[in-house]
Ligand binder design. Structure first.
Ligand SMILES: NC(=O)c1ccc[n+]([C@@H]2O[C@H](COP(=O)([O-])OP(=O)(O)OC[C@H]3O[C@@H](n4cnc5c(N)ncnc54)[C@H](O)[C@@H]3O)[C@@H](O)[C@H]2O)c1
Length: 432
């Protein structure tokens, strides 16, 4: 099939490369000329394990193309996936749908034969209705069908998640579109993915409800971790003890910093505003958002407590700054608040991240990027393990760190308390 991905970001590029690998002709379009040029030259704009190989392989065999010409790309394709961003609107909790509607207006002129227009971007309930309305002002309804097909991939495991999804959700009551899309996804269905055909609105809501539920699970275990710290119990035992219950499940049940990333913070806010729009108080999700927003200051209070209120002139090293491992995505990472706050209080902050230096920290006084773990932590008073990259899982702190009485604050509970005690390392975890 001939597919067009509009928006060549985390979702558009990964799903475009995977669809090409499944034998489809795919063109990935972006308005960012620089990004498209770099992709044509084999430079992958994001860090995602396995993506570079997949893109190069399919670009070389000509199943995957890159373009900035939206109209030509749409005209040549049968299925159009909208994969542009839906961030939170400035100074509000609403999803900013300007990119979605801009694309909608741009593509409608190129609808020259029957096309399926899919929202793969996460969009609030009724966005599909609006897209249909906008296109039908210029094109007859028989020429197009607007379908919701939310994406559930996780950054860092995006290719695996795309190829082996738990489910594929298709929101449409148009049987022709449903048949075509079932066929498109048949290689994944035959590997065990469940295919769900539902209404467009239900599909849109499934995505928000899923992300809100996962955010709730993380926030739940983070709050239990707060309690564990007070009563001297290890949260890791609690996570295992409750996660083994099949009704609960162990995933997304690890205590740590506030959840971040490009999805949970914005999607929890957006579903709450959808609730308000339909006069439904989503009080549970509201309190999840509040609890998560407070979490970074809790972590900062803990740093203050660990350093006995003496942050000024302390050497603090961050290991990892992205919101999670195996991605270079910094969106809503808790490091964005923690690092500037500690630097403002007079700490000298070093950081190392396997995905390299971050532009956002360049402007901040007293914050330095280090090329490797050893340089980052050599003269540390406090090492903060912020992101659980494998690179940080077996550091011999005693042989690297030159400072006496250094402290390790492990926000991901990577290390065991007993091992650190045996090595005489002053160690703090989360919820232990
Ligand atoms: N990142 C994830 O892990 C993830 C997972 C599931 C769903 N989603 C959802 O998918 C959507 C996209 O997320 P992302 O992380 O891939 O975003 P992104 O910011 O990485 O990529 C969006 C791309 O769209 C391009 N774009 C914007 N307007 C355009 C236009 N008019 N024409 C062509 N290109 C245009 C931008 O230049 C950018 O490259 C969001 O709604 C997000 O919530 C993201």
């Amino acid at each position: 099939m001939k597919l067009c991905m509009i928006g060549t970001g985390y979702v558009g590029l990964v799903s475009g490369a995977c669809f090409a690998d499944l034998g489809n002709d795919v063109v990935c379009v972006d308005k960012d000329f620089n990004k498209i040029n770099r992709l044509k030259n084999g430079v992958i704009p994001i860090y995602e394990p396995g993506l570079e190989e997949l893109v190069k392989k399919n670009y070389n065999n000509k199943r995957l193309k890159f373009s900035t010409d939206l109209n030509k790309s749409v005209a040549k394709s049968n299925i159009i996936f909208i994969c542009v961003g839906t961030p939170t609107k400035k100074n509000s909790n609403f999803a900013d749908l300007s990119q979605i509607y801009k694309v909608t207006k741009e593509i409608r002129g190129s609808i020259n034969k029957f096309k399926i227009i899919i929202t793969k971007s996460t969009v609030p309930v009724t966005t599909g209705d609006q897209i249909e309305k906008i296109i039908s002002k210029k094109k007859p309804k028989k020429l197009f069908s607007v379908v919701s097909n939310p994406e559930f991939l996780r950054e860092g495991e995006a290719i695996r998640d795309f190829i082996y999804p738990d489910r594929i959700v298709i929101g449409t009551n148009n049987s022709r579109s449903n048949k075509i899309l079932k066929n498109l996804y048949s290689p994944l269905i035959s590997k065990g993915a469940k295919y769900i055909n539902t209404s467009r609105r239900a599909s849109e809501l499934i995505k928000y409800a899923s992300n809100s539920f996962l955010a709730t699970k993380i926030t739940f275990i983070n709050e239990i971790a707060n309690l564990c710290e007070k009563i001297g119990v290890d949260i890791e035992d609690i996570s295992i003890g409750i996660g083994l219950d099949k009704r609960i499940g162990g995933r997304f049940l690890r205590a740590g910093p506030a959840y971040g990333g490009s999805c949970f913070p914005k999607d929890t806010k957006a579903i709450v505003t959808t609730g308000d729009k339909f006069k439904t108080n989503l009080s549970l999700i509201k309190s999840v958002i509040k609890s998560n927003q407070k979490r970074t200051s809790l972590m900062l209070d803990k740093v203050n407590e660990i350093l006995k209120g003496r942050i000024k002139n302390k050497n603090i090293s961050f290991l990892g700054v992205t919101f999670k491992a195996n991605t270079d995505d910094m969106r809503d990472s808790s490091s964005l608040l923690m690092i500037p706050s500690l630097a403002k209080k007079g700490a000298k902050v070093n950081y190392y991240d396997p995905t390299g230096e971050k532009k956002i920290f360049k402007k901040i006084k007293n914050v330095t990027y280090c090329e490797n773990i050893n340089t980052a932590i050599r003269f540390s008073d406090l090492v903060i393990i912020h992101t659980e990259w494998n690179d940080f899982k077996s550091i011999n702190f005693n042989s690297v760190i030159k400072k006496k009485n250094f402290i390790v604050y492990d926000l991901r509970n990577i290390y065991s308390h007993s091992k650190m005690k045996k090595d005489k390392i002053n160690y703090f975890g989360v919820g232990r």
